[in-house]
Design a protein around this ligand. Structure first.
Ligand SMILES: C[S@@+](CC[C@H](N)C(=O)[O-])C[C@H]1O[C@@H](n2cnc3c(N)ncnc32)[C@H](O)[C@@H]1O
Length: 323
């Protein structure tokens, strides 16, 4: 019954017969009817925080994200099938429902897949995912679920498609950067890593006037009037982790140094401007009164991934100028 509903819902999403909000609400209802016993325990790993099974379950309702990832993954699978009969898929950080892939597996079955490896570090999410696989009547002969930290997990396999959405806004807190760097080494030649590209920007803005998911302000134009591309995270690129930047003094008043991402899931499926939690802005520096406007921005990897911004004293460093 649940499998039939999920199949029909996924077909409607892919043929654009249902909008993303309605898709996400129906999906959340199907998943939570399986077993609502999620918990609130976060796991602190050496590469970042793994959110609780409750919070990972809530990600379903980040509607544009859920819809665009699902459509993007479907498009990538279709493209890959042009050149290879059976796909090997790795999904890192599945949460309790493997939200971004499960609907496609239920809709299409697993006969055109060689193997699907699911890796989830939070034991509560992994347990729940096993229940979902059982109840959604999936043929599990080719599906392997590992309750493990991807960063120390080992595999002899190479994958045609790797999915990782282990991220919060501006790549803080969760281990997306570290996970992508490791995952790219597990791609087979011509394989696809999803998201294809995470573009990072810095800008000046006023957090109070920024649109934010999910507050429903997505029709407000962003208040940021100055922004600069910092770099991209993809299968082939890593953004610079230390940059020096200069903000024109006239632009500083009442502004905050803000970071945000644009996420190209696959092809035309792109998330931007507060459409999702993962593209919300994050303020990293606001005390422009007390310091000169030359800053060193640095991305710190490790258990608490995130950004630091510190003033550069005069005579020190080479600055990237904002527009
Ligand atoms: C933002 S949630 C996304 C859940 C689901 N993929 C979705 O899109 O709805 C990220 C998930 O990655 C898991 N995770 C975080 N770090 C991990 C790691 N090092 N290895 C495996 N899973 C990890 C978390 O426990 C969490 O379930």
């Amino acid at each position: 019954m649940r499998a039939a509903e999920l199949r029909s819902l996924t077909e409607q999403l892919l043929s654009h017969e249902v909008e993303s909000g309605a898709y996400a609400s129906s999906l959340a209802r199907v998943f939570s009817s399986i077993d609502p016993a999620l918990d609130f325990d976060e796991i602190f790993t050496p590469a970042g925080t793994a959110i609780s099974s409750f919070d990972a379950g809530l990600c379903v309702q980040d509607a544009a994200r859920t819809a665009k990832f699902t459509r993007g993954i479907h498009a990538a699978m279709r493209d890959l099938w042009q050149t290879r009969p059976k796909l090997r898929i790795l999904y890192i950080g599945t949460g309790p429902y493997a939200t971004l892939l499960m609907p496609l597996l239920v809709m299409g079955g697993t006969s055109a897949l060689e193997r699907v490896d699911l890796v989830e570090v939070n034991p509560s999410s992994a347990r729940m995912l096993q229940t979902c696989l059982d109840l959604l009547e999936l043929d599990q002969r080719r599906i392997h679920l590992y309750a493990a930290d991807f960063m120390s997990w080992e595999t002899p396999h190479r994958y045609d498609l790797i999915i990782c959405e282990v991220m919060a806004a501006a790549l803080v807190r969760e281990p997306q950067m570290a996970v992508v760097k490791k995952a790219r080494g597990l791609l087979s030649p011509g394989g696809v890593l999803i998201p294809e590209r995470i573009s990072l920007f810095w800008g000046l803005s006023n957090q109070n006037r920024e649109p934010r998911w999910p507050s429903g302000m997505s029709r407000v134009p962003p208040a940021r009037y100055q922004w600069t591309h910092l770099g991209d995270l993809s299968a082939a690129e890593t953004p610079p982790t230390t940059v020096e930047l200069e903000v024109k003094r006239a632009h500083c008043e009442g502004q905050e140094l803000t970071l945000f991402t644009e996420v190209q899931v696959y092809g035309e499926e792109v998330l931007q401007d507060a459409e999702s939690m993962i593209v919300n802005t994050v303020c990293v520096f606001s005390d422009f009164r007390a310091y000169p406007c030359r800053l060193r921005l640095h991305y710190v990897e490790g258990p608490r991934p995130g950004w630091t911004a510190e003033p550069i004293r005069s005579g020190e460093g080479n600055c990237l100028r904002g527009k």
